[in-house]
Write a protein that binds this ligand. Structure first.
Ligand code: GLY
Length: 395
């Protein structure tokens, strides 16, 4: 059953707010300085997924699950400035994505969309680069090998024959746009069918009745029937890991771009209202939404950045008369304002990232209250969306 959309507990928290364009332009200027510096420090390599003391180390190879975000940020810089140096840098990273998928390097998981959409699909959409197209279609071919027809979902991690790994994770809602795109460019409906089945299975099992979300969900490998929700990166199986909730806000809207459907909008509104009701009064999410005002737990600015993209995409689908439209518009402005005021790295000259205070995986003790590369990517996408509401998504 789909969650009903919870009421916004305190509409005052999202009352009218003015975020002047000059402030967004200032933020873009600061982001570009850091991207320029990172291009220098990476020197053709890829930033690690998370920072250490707010610095990304260059990775020797294109191997991690987050490598796509770096070229994605550079594509945003290119579109926002028209400066050819960004196009050249992002284009120079494409061959490593082709090699990676041809040689199956670090691809024994479902993150083909995170890897290939902001890097290669973006390159193809913006410049018609055929190598990028080839790499992204191969990545889509690889992703569908993880589909379980019985359970109607794409397995997140591990060997697809391992019954212990027979589960999905909510993050995968961001991987399936690669499949919708692959059906569009190849004319073969198989990718689209798998993606849409996966979307339906995910929202059916991951959304709890109160509109919070499970991070991961196990199925019975013999029957394909849903078994139980669990967490991997959240505080507990029953809590709402902040980033999982944010994936649950944005993901349905990305499916909605290819398959307009009321269910996606309802899930977006439900998960969004839960998020907005549970972030603290300074608008910077704690890493798990079970923590709120007064807690000393670390924050996760990347959840805010993803949620911002969801809000900015979601308001396009709301009527001007819908009270949620003004709440979401003001929430987006307030969250962006918080990121600009409290998370920029501008006072840390040695930092080569954009956003402080992100948390990768607290239970695993990695990347806690530091940079993370998808936080930086979605922050750039959100800035882009605010500066140019007509932007055409890479997704
Ligand atoms: N998709 C992995 C993460 O959000 O940490």
């Amino acid at each position: 059953m789909l969650p009903t959309v919870p009421k916004i507990d305190n509409p005052e928290k999202y009352s009218d707010f003015d975020l002047p364009r000059e402030k967004l332009e200032y933020a873009l200027g600061e982001a570009l300085k850091k991207i320029d510096y990172a291009i220098e420090t990476m020197n053709g390599k890829f930033p690690a997924e998370y920072g250490v003391n707010n610095i990304y180390a260059p990775m020797e190879n294109n191997y991690g699950w987050g490598s796509g975000f770096w070229p994605g940020m550079i594509w945003h810089a290119y579109e926002l400035t028209g400066d050819e140096k960004y196009k050249e840098t992002a284009t120079s990273l494409i061959p490593s994505f082709l090699t990676r998928i041809q040689q199956k390097l670090g691809v024994n998981h479902h993150d083909m969309g995170f890897l290939y959409t902001p890097s290669c699909v973006a390159a193809y959409k913006l410049t018609g680069n055929e190598t990028a197209k080839e790499a992204a279609i191969l990545a889509a071919d690889h992703l569908i090998t993880r589909y379980h027809a019985k359970g109607k979902f794409i397995q997140a991690w591990g060997d697809v024959r391992d019954p212990e790994s027979y589960r999905l994770i909510i993050d995968c809602l961001l991987n399936i746009p690669l499949l919708y795109w692959a059906s569009e460019v190849t004319g073969d409906p198989k990718y689209d069918e798998i993606a849409y089945n996966h979307f339906n299975t995910t929202v059916n099992v991951c959304c709890r009745p109160d509109a919070s979300t499970f991070h991961t969900y196990y199925f019975n490998p013999k029957t394909g029937k849903p078994l139980r929700g669990a967490t991997h990166q959240g505080n507990s199986d029953d809590s709402a890991w902040a980033r999982g909730q944010a994936w649950g806000m944005y993901g349905p809207l990305l499916t909605n771009m290819y398959h307009p459907n009321e269910k996606a909008i309802q899930v977006f509104e439900a998960t969004t209202n839960y998020f907005l009701n549970h972030i603290p009064s300074d608008y910077l999410a704690y890493w798990d939404l079970c923590f709120t005002d007064g807690s000393t737990q670390p924050r996760d600015s990347s959840s805010d950045a993803i949620a911002l993209c969801a809000l900015l995409e979601g308001i396009k689908h709301l009527d001007d008369t819908d009270p949620l439209k003004s709440i979401y518009t003001n929430a987006a402005k307030r969250i962006m304002n918080t990121l600009i005021d409290t998370c920029l790295t501008k006072d840390i000259p040695e930092s080569n990232g954009l956003l402080l205070h992100a948390t990768y995986a607290l239970p695993q003790k990695i990347g806690v209250d530091d940079l993370n590369i998808w936080g930086d990517y979605f922050y750039m996408e959100a800035l882009h969306r605010m500066l140019n509401p007509d932007w055409h998504p890479y997704w």
